[in-house]
Design a protein around this ligand. Structure first.
Ligand SMILES: NC(=O)C1=CN([C@@H]2O[C@H](COP(=O)(O)OP(=O)(O)OC[C@H]3O[C@@H](n4cnc5c(N)ncnc54)[C@H](OP(=O)(O)O)[C@@H]3O)[C@@H](O)[C@H]2O)C=CC1
Ligand SMILES: Nc1nc(O)c(N)c(N[C@@H]2O[C@H](COP(=O)(O)O)[C@@H](O)[C@H]2O)n1
Length: 221
């Protein structure tokens, strides 16, 4: 499996505001780049915090990119993955529509009625971990399901955990020209934070995109 994290952050490293509502950091040229990345992926992953905050669709927006996928014998959209220990994804969340297959990663602690509600909406549930999703085990199951190229869009809690478990191969970040501030505002990597054994990165590309810059790194092993 190859895991790419892609996100957009302000110049001060924030993914959104302290109110945790969706913030347009990048513009059209970056959305097109993100759309291409999605189109190349077998699946697009987010944490349930992003589902609750943004209600994203995580689908490919360009009709020609969708057509290319179908011509190549792939599903019209990549699958969607939500890390959601307690199955809090609302039954009417857009990620549960029929535009793509959706995997919800849950823990043993997910209430039965919540699991049933998601299964009724067509989600495939992957159970791994007692209280919180065990990402290593869950991603191994996803790989067994044939998902090789996985793009992770956020948010900061999920991104930190993926670095913590050593699952990330590549990181690309659009850095936009604004300061958001706020000690409670989500950053690219939140969680508990590292105090030692920091994951290190090797810069592979720098590209100006619109009024920002996209930095691409590979993760050192
Ligand atoms: N600018 C950008 O590119 C992006 C911005 N965002 C923004 O980020 C914010 C949401 O980010 P954030 O609040 O960090 O939420 P996340 O999307 O990272 O979701 C975090 C939640 O995922 C669940 N989860 C399940 N298993 C794990 C695990 N092993 N490790 C970590 N989390 C796990 C947890 O909930 P539980 O314990 O219930 O399972 C956790 O609270 C929003 O404001 C959104 O707008 C989001 C994506 C991209
Ligand atoms: N690339 C990018 N730039 C921003 O400024 C953003 N706020 C985000 N957010 C991510 O995009 C998701 C929305 O996807 P849909 O348009 O609904 O398909 C959102 O949930 C974040 O993951 N990304």
């Amino acid at each position: 499996m190859h895991v790419v994290v892609n996100a957009a952050m302000s110049a001060d490293g924030k993914l959104s505001t302290r109110e945790r509502t969706q913030l347009a950091i990048s513009g059209e040229p970056d959305f097109e780049r993100v759309d291409r990345l999605r189109a190349e992926s077998d699946a697009v992953a987010v944490g349930v915090g992003t589902v609750l905050a943004d209600d994203p669709s995580l689908t490919v927006k360009s009709s020609s990119l969708r057509a290319n996928r179908v011509d190549a014998g792939r599903a019209v959209n990549p699958a969607r993955i939500v890390a959601d220990s307690r199955a809090r994804t609302p039954a009417d969340a857009i990620v549960l529509d029929d535009a793509a297959e959706t995997y919800v990663l849950v823990s043993e602690a997910a209430p039965v009625e919540r699991r049933s509600a998601l299964a009724e909406r067509g989600a495939t549930l992957v159970t791994a971990g007692e209280e919180r999703v065990d990402l290593l085990r869950a991603f191994a199951t996803l790989q067994d399901e044939g998902l090789e190229a996985v793009m992770v869009e956020g948010g900061g809690e999920l991104i930190f955990s993926l670095f913590d478990t050593g699952l990330v191969d590549e990181l690309s970040v659009f850095v936009g020209p604004q300061i958001v501030g706020g000690r409670e505002a989500p950053t690219l990597a939140d969680g508990e934070g590292f105090v030692e054994a920091f994951p290190t990165l090797s810069l592979s590309d720098v590209e100006q995109v619109g009024d920002g810059v996209v930095l691409t790194w590979t993760v050192d092993r």
